[in-house]
Design a protein around this ligand. Structure first.
Ligand SMILES: C[S@@+](CC[C@H](N)C(=O)[O-])C[C@H]1O[C@@H](n2cnc3c(N)ncnc32)[C@H](O)[C@@H]1O
Length: 215
């Protein structure tokens, strides 16, 4: 896999190992996480329409926010995370298709989906710009990418703390938590339609493209 960008990245097999280990914790803390950021996820993902792809769906934290009329496919690199997502879909009585897939090689045709959603994911993809381009490829020109991401705080002392702890956090979780999700989207050449930042700017909701020529 090519790594075109000068940012730390873990290989997919190591990420699989890390997230296999973390899956149970993600499920256990889902209620707490939803209390913290569920309202931001809901505001963003209720915009989803039609055929929806959730990239790096994890244990399925986005599912409850995607409107019931949508048909949803969730993909992730980690089997145990996908197992958690299956349990979440069952508890919501949602008929969701899940597949094991790499965000940088999505097994979908060009322009196949109406909406591509992804949360807290570009921080771990080995090449997030490549993954964003891949999300745009599979999304119809009339569609949207909806991204809920975390990154470097807009509050200086907090950003300083993130910077200091970034190497350790990357080592443990393969997560670059002090990057700028908006800058990544721009680096991928995709138009940012809307950005809302939350909780000291640590979280961002982005409505994107999907194609530069989309107007
Ligand atoms: C921090 S979790 C976020 C999960 C979920 N989207 C959420 O909001 O809770 C990051 C997820 O990205 C997945 N992941 C990491 N690299 C990936 C890749 N290259 N392709 C697909 N999924 C990947 C991990 O397995 C993990 O489930």
């Amino acid at each position: 896999m090519s790594q075109r960008h000068d940012r730390p990245a873990k290989p997919p097999d190591e990420l699989q190992f890390i997230y296999a280990d973390a899956a149970e914790t993600f499920e256990r803390f889902d209620d707490l996480e939803q209390r913290l950021v569920g309202r931001y996820r809901r505001r963003l993902f209720t915009r989803a329409q039609g055929d929806v792809l959730d990239v790096a769906c994890g244990t399925g934290s986005n599912l409850r926010h995607v409107p019931g009329g949508c048909s949803v496919v969730g993909v992730d690199l980690s089997g145990p995370m996908l197992d958690g997502a299956r349990r979440e879909a069952a508890s919501l009585s949602r008929d969701v298709t899940f597949a094991h897939a790499d965000a940088q090689r999505l097994p979908f045709d060009d322009d196949a989906l109406d909406t591509v959603v992804s949360a807290l994911s570009t921080c771990t993809f080995p090449d997030p710009v490549d993954a964003l381009a891949e999300m745009a490829r599979v999304c119809k020109p009339s569609g949207r990418l909806l991204l809920f991401e975390h990154g470097r705080s807009s509050v200086r002392p907090l950003a300083w703390g993130q910077d200091r702890l970034a190497p350790r956090h990357f080592e443990n979780m393969g997560c670059r938590w002090n990057q700028s999700p908006e800058a990544l989207v721009r680096e991928a050449g995709l138009p940012v339609r809307r950005v809302d930042r939350h909780l000291a700017g640590v979280f961002s909701s982005l409505v994107v493209g999907p194609t530069p020529s989309d107007g």
